[in-house]
Design a protein around this ligand. Structure first.
Ligand SMILES: *Cc1c(COP(=O)(O)O)cnc(C)c1O
Length: 231
């Protein structure tokens, strides 16, 4: 697929307008909601193009795909990893990504903590991925396990927990996504109080459900198809 700047600019304008409208509806400041462009399945050209349009927060969901694109780019786009990470790719992931949003289990957490020290990337920023919609098809720590994972993360001296990420279950009922996002926000509010930390980043919302996510407090929406078209 070739990158058409006119179409993408138009899609970007529409997406920013959706964010603005969603913020207005719920009394939020649009400056609190960051737009991440998800470039998975789209070529290096799309990465350069969207950056030229002023979007500097970028996401990829696979280590291998990002590595292949990276060699075609003059500059490091500063991607964040938003997809499932295997432990044997953790080293490459820390080298390639500015932040990892998909930390969902203790074994991966421990590996990343060791690597952050070894690669002199300490403190390395992460989000904990929580399966806040209890979707059997999704990765992420279950809600009732997330606090134990958080405690381990807070004790990992080479990692920095910026906040939490979730992916809503696919559903025709918009309330399903909204409930998922509300669950994550409530979890965040509770642990922020208990551990006296801000955990400012709530990464929730994609092309189909960004309004529900913003209504529930999202600070980072991850947008692929609404910007680049269907995959
Ligand atoms: C692909 C992907 C997105 C973007 O999804 P769209 O529906 O295309 O906006 C967001 N988050 C994750 C984790 C993804 O894998």
């Amino acid at each position: 697929m070739t990158f058409n700047p006119q179409i993408i600019q138009n899609n970007l304008d529409k997406t920013l307008q959706r964010i603005k409208n969603a913020c207005e509806k719920t009394g939020r400041d649009p400056a609190e909601v960051n737009l991440m462009a998800v470039t998975k399945t789209h070529p290096a050209e799309a990465v350069e193009g969207i950056r030229r349009l002023g979007v500097d927060l970028l996401g990829e969901n696979r280590v291998q795909e990002a590595a292949e694109k990276r060699v075609q780019l003059a500059e490091d786009p500063g991607w964040e990893l938003i997809g499932h990470l295997q432990r044997n790719k953790a080293r490459q992931a820390i080298e390639l990504f500015r932040r990892i949003q998909s930390v969902d289990r203790l074994s991966l957490l421990n590996r990343l903590n060791n690597l952050a020290e070894e690669l002199q990337r300490s403190p390395y920023p992460i989000l904990l991925q929580v399966n806040a919609g209890a979707d059997p098809n999704k990765f992420g720590a279950e809600l009732d396990e997330a606090e134990a994972l958080l405690e381990a993360a807070l004790a990992s001296s080479h990692l920095q927990v910026d906040g939490f990420m979730t992916i809503a279950p696919l559903s025709d009922d918009p309330d399903v996504a909204r409930r998922c996002f509300a669950n994550l926000r409530e979890f965040r509010d509770r642990v922020a109080d208990r551990y006296q930390r801000d955990f400012t980043v709530l990464s929730m919302g994609m092309s189909g459900d960004l309004e529900a996510a913003i209504a529930e407090g999202s600070t980072l929406v991850r947008i692929g198809s609404a910007l680049f078209g269907d995959r």
